[in-house]
Design a protein around this ligand. Structure first.
Ligand SMILES: C[S@@+](CC[C@H](N)C(=O)[O-])C[C@H]1O[C@@H](n2cnc3c(N)ncnc32)[C@H](O)[C@@H]1O
Length: 697
């Protein structure tokens, strides 16, 4: 191991078959390879518009994890040169245990305790802000005892007592809502404190308006029980904070009282949703054609509601609580200089570039084909690119895909669901957003009533923040689409491309055909996890590295012949020591390149993150970028260490194979073997007599 944590490659390199050195050099050096490696978007592209990361997640969840304890299936067929080997599998098993990840500790996710900073008090009373030097009075949320002692930390710019300080100087109220201003020095912070108060007041007012609107439109938000109905279990907080990261996470939903497991937390009628249909109602079918994506259609409607209809919009109270592009902070909306500086070396830089380009191209296309034709419908001052980026920031960070039981054959619908979209993310939450349909569908008489529901996945204590999971998202995906990243993201992975390896390999087209049949992405874009290699990635690599010699063929052999020979290989598992070594060496090269692309080392990033006071002084985008980079480097380091361990153990393969063969021969001589019963005998006995002796019978 080098001092910087990189694993020495000497020795490994020396053992590489010459062809592989060449192949690797070629792969790494070719400009297209560089492009591919730097732009791991072929798979992700699926996910961008519409199904963006859902497809990626579906794809990744389909991946049979090539668990490091080895695939479960038995040995398969063998080709003329590539022998399937159980021994190899055992060698891999030996070489790569989870806890062997070279000092990389898998940190279990802790429950995120969220300090709730402020909550909306229904109904909104007058705020009495007397003076910054004096006590500020905030009303108590229902259920909070106003007489309870409350937190009175309102730290100044310097000197915070504990780790839960905020650099903006705001107190974190966990028990109540009353904040006591710090004894600010005269003239210092005063203007800032006023601004802060105004902002909070505005947010509280917006929440009150939203709650009123929701109540009037059939959402149960009441703080008091009604006939046969308990009070709503949730309340809107104007600001929540994620404790692990000590990051503000904007508005959120919080338990107003203890909530039972499986209790409905929120139910929103379908007519409050923003969908492609509502966009069509606004702009007409001529503008919102069938070819337009649901995302684009809703983006246009968002711009219309916010910048054209304004307070006349039916959705005005909802639109008012939507954060700005900067507040969301999704990396696809960062400027390029920021991307280049903060995400240098990370695949996220190129992913964000790519998404930016796609959105820009889509906007230009809509401008040219639709907006220019209907200038009255799309006023130029409102329908500008900047607003389109805002609309996409909102969509990426809060739109959901829904299906409804009354029409399960229909495609999922992309929708913005007011109120429910205030719920923040925790990857451990089991709560899901569901479409429900109530009542019968009687043609011409009645339609089922649709709504969107979120149900509690567990018992939730009063004041606890309510979470859902946005899906298995890597930190890069979270930052690109949602504008945040997590310190302990158990789902984190690095997306990378092995595609060029296949492009440069012999019989590339036939291999692609086989990959397609096996439903392995032939583009070669795979997620790299900290604790496992995916089965699909290993299959891809094993196929990509097959050489003409392995099949006893020339490079210009007949395609059908090549296809038949390749089909015989069981690439679901290691097909032989040589080929497995090649596959792993290629993987190592690609992963090493990923590591080398970063201008900073893992130690440098770690030092920055560990120094909490300094870290929290950094701008938010920088903090988020650092978490992404550091997480990626941990994954890369663990993967390199795992590859090396496996490679080191491959050498023992032959020995193990021989041992296995010997055992098999012995077994065949036994009574069980003659009966064709094959299992690893726990006895040395080769016949019944010997067995009786051995058992002392
Ligand atoms: C669906 S919205 C949730 C409501 C949002 N907090 C708001 O203020 O409107 C998603 C956004 O919430 C924030 N968020 C959600 N979960 C978070 C988390 N675990 N950490 C930090 N921010 C989070 C991010 O800004 C994200 O873009």
């Amino acid at each position: 191991m080098n001092p910087d944590g990189r694993v020495c490659e000497e020795g490994l390199q020396a053992k590489q078959p010459r062809h592989f050195k060449d192949l690797r050099r070629k792969t790494m050096a070719s400009p297209s390879s560089k492009r591919m490696l730097g732009n791991p978007w072929r798979l992700d592209r699926l996910c961008v518009a519409g199904a963006l990361f859902m497809s990626l997640n579906a794809a990744t969840s389909r991946l049979t994890a090539w668990s490091l304890s080895g695939p479960s299936e038995g040995c398969g067929g063998s080709s003329s040169r590539l022998r399937t080997s159980r021994g190899l599998q055992s060698a891999i098993t030996l070489g790569a245990k989870l806890d062997d990840l070279d000092g990389v500790v898998l940190v279990p996710m802790e429950e995120d305790d969220v300090a709730i900073e402020d909550m909306k008090p229904p109904p909104l009373p007058e705020l009495k802000v007397k003076d910054e030097d004096e006590k500020r009075e905030y009303p108590a949320l229902d259920g909070f005892s106003p007489s309870k002692p409350r937190i009175d930390r309102m730290p100044g710019a310097e000197g915070l007592e504990d780790g839960r300080r905020s650099l903006t100087g705001e107190a974190i109220a966990t028990e109540g809502l009353e904040l006591v201003a710090a004894k600010a020095k005269p003239g210092r912070n005063k203007r800032w404190l006023k601004g802060r108060g105004t902002m909070k007041r505005k947010k509280l007012e917006e929440n009150a308006q939203l709650e009123k609107w929701l109540g009037e439109n059939g959402v149960w938000v009441s703080e008091s029980a009604d006939w046969g109905r308990p009070s709503s279990g949730v309340s809107m907080a104007v600001e929540t904070r994620e404790q692990t990261e000590n990051e503000v996470s904007g508005r959120g939903l919080v338990a107003r009282r203890d909530v039972e497991c499986y209790e409905d937390l929120a139910q929103v009628p379908y007519n409050l949703l923003l969908t492609k249909d509502t966009s069509r109602n606004v702009f007409g079918v001529d503008c919102i054609g069938t070819n337009m994506s649901e995302y684009a259609a809703i983006a246009l409607q968002l711009i219309y509601e916010k910048f054209v209809a304004k307070e006349d919009s039916f959705w005005a109270p909802y639109i008012a609580v939507l954060p700005s592009t900067d507040e969301i902070g999704a990396s696809f909306a960062w400027d390029r200089q920021e991307l280049d500086t903060l995400l240098a070396g990370s695949p996220l830089r190129n992913m964000s570039y790519y998404l930016q380009d796609q959105i820009k191209a889509e906007f230009t296309n809509i401008q040219e084909t639709i907006m220019s034709k209907f200038p009255d419908t799309f006023p130029e001052d409102a329908f500008v690119y900047e607003n389109y980026v805002w609309a996409y920031s909102v969509l990426f960070s809060r739109a959901v895909r829904l299906d409804f039981p009354d029409d399960l054959d229909a495609e999922d619908i992309v929708a913005l669901v007011p109120y429910i979209d205030l719920i923040n993310h925790n990857p451990n939450s089991e709560s899901r957003i569901r479409g429900v349909s109530e009542g019968a569908s009687i043609p011409g008489v009645s339609e089922p009533e649709r709504s969107v529901v979120v149900r509690a996945d567990r018992y939730i204590n009063k004041y606890e923040q309510i979470y859902i999971s946005y899906g298995r998202k890597s930190n890069a995906q979270l930052l690109m689409l949602y504008g945040f990243s997590m310190e302990r993201n158990t789902q984190d992975f690095v997306t990378f491309s092995t595609g060029q390896l296949l492009e440069d390999s012999p019989f590339a087209e036939v291999k692609k055909r086989i990959l397609e049949e096996l439903e392995v992405p032939k583009e070669g874009v795979f997620p790299l996890y900290r604790d496992r290699f995916t089965g699909e990635m290993m299959m891809f690599l094993r196929l990509a590295v097959v050489q003409p010699d392995d099949l006893d063929m020339d490079e210009d052999a007949d395609e059908q012949q090549v296809y038949r020979a390749l089909k015989q290989l069981d690439i679901k598992q290691a097909t032989g020591e040589v080929s497995e070594r090649r596959a792993l060496i290629c993987l190592r090269g690609i992963v090493q390149d990923l590591q080398d692309a970063y201008p900073t080392t893992i130690q440098e990033d770690e030092a920055l993150i560990r120094d909490r006071q300094m870290f929290e002084l950094l701008p938010r985008n920088q903090r988020n970028a650092l978490r992404v980079r550091y997480g990626e480097k941990l994954i890369i380091r663990a993967s390199l260490a795992t590859i090396d361990r496996i490679l080191n153990n491959l050498g023992r393969l032959k020995q193990m194979e021989e041992q296995e063969d010997k055992q098999r021969r012995e077994m065949e001589k036994s009574a069980f073997g003659r009966l064709s019963v094959s299992f690893d005998s726990p006895f040395k006995a080769r016949n019944l007599e010997e067995l009786m002796k051995e058992l002392d019978i």
